[in-house]
Design a protein around this ligand. Structure first.
Ligand code: FMN
Length: 200
């Protein structure tokens, strides 16, 4: 790994969707991001994921559906014009939103857990590629990833689940640093457990 790539990994920081704005990646840059996205570890080359890009007017059309569905899911919202408006513009918080759909296949040698992990890697690669191009991004799920009513809208088939919606754009302002795990608290050296049979 080059030092530049390592530095990028060390500085990468999500920017919350509401703090993103235009410009977003152009068509060529989006292709670079998508190319990086699908270059992930994938046991037995199943491609156990697919991606859906929302940009331009599609974000508003999707928002209109969100506004309606959110009222069905939370009846209190019907009385809140602000909440309905927030749904209407949810996908317009950023120039581009990529839905990463985990597409689990019933392929015996590859546990579904591994297929889900591969979808997570797709999301992370999008964050890194966007960051490498000078953009900011956030990986979220929010209520829509779990809504049964949105499944047909997202054309989710059997075995498909939303791994995340990745919002990509330009940061309105630099984010504050976030606390990071202390290595000693999350990393350890393996040691031989006391009561296990050992074959010399
Ligand atoms: C699977 C997954 C789902 C997430 N969903 C949300 C979410 O719905 N809303 C949210 O604010 N953050 C969510 N996050 C957290 C953000 O993506 C991000 O990790 C957080 O803002 C910290 O930023 P960092 O990448 O700089 O550590 C989610 C993270 C993961 C891995």
């Amino acid at each position: 790994m080059s030092e530049t790539a390592l530095e990028l990994l060390h500085r990468r920081r999500s920017v919350v969707a509401k703090m993103l704005m235009e410009p977003g990646p152009d068509a060529q840059q989006l292709e670079m991001i998508l190319t990086a996205a699908v270059r992930v570890p994938d046991h037995k080359m199943l491609s156990p994921w697919r991606l859906t890009v929302f940009e331009g007017d599609g974000r508003r059309a999707f928002g209109a559906i969100l506004a309606g569905v959110s009222c069905l899911e939370n009846e209190e919202l019907i009385f809140s014009a602000d909440a309905i408006q927030a749904e209407r513009v949810r996908f317009e918080r950023a120039p581009i939103v990529i839905a990463v759909i985990s597409k689990m296949k019933d392929t015996k040698p590859v546990p579904q857990w591994e297929q889900i992990l591969s979808a997570g890697a797709v999301c992370q690669n999008i964050l890194i590629a966007a960051s490498a191009l000078g953009y900011s991004a956030q990986w979220v799920t929010e209520w829509l990833a779990y809504s049964q009513r949105l499944r047909p809208v997202l054309q989710l088939g059997e075995g498909e689940r939303v791994a995340g919606f990745v919002y990509i754009g330009t940061a309105k302002e630099a984010p504050k640093e976030r606390g990071r795990p202390v290595l000693d608290q999350v990393v350890g050296q393996w040691q031989i457990p006391g009561q296990v049979p050992v074959v010399d």
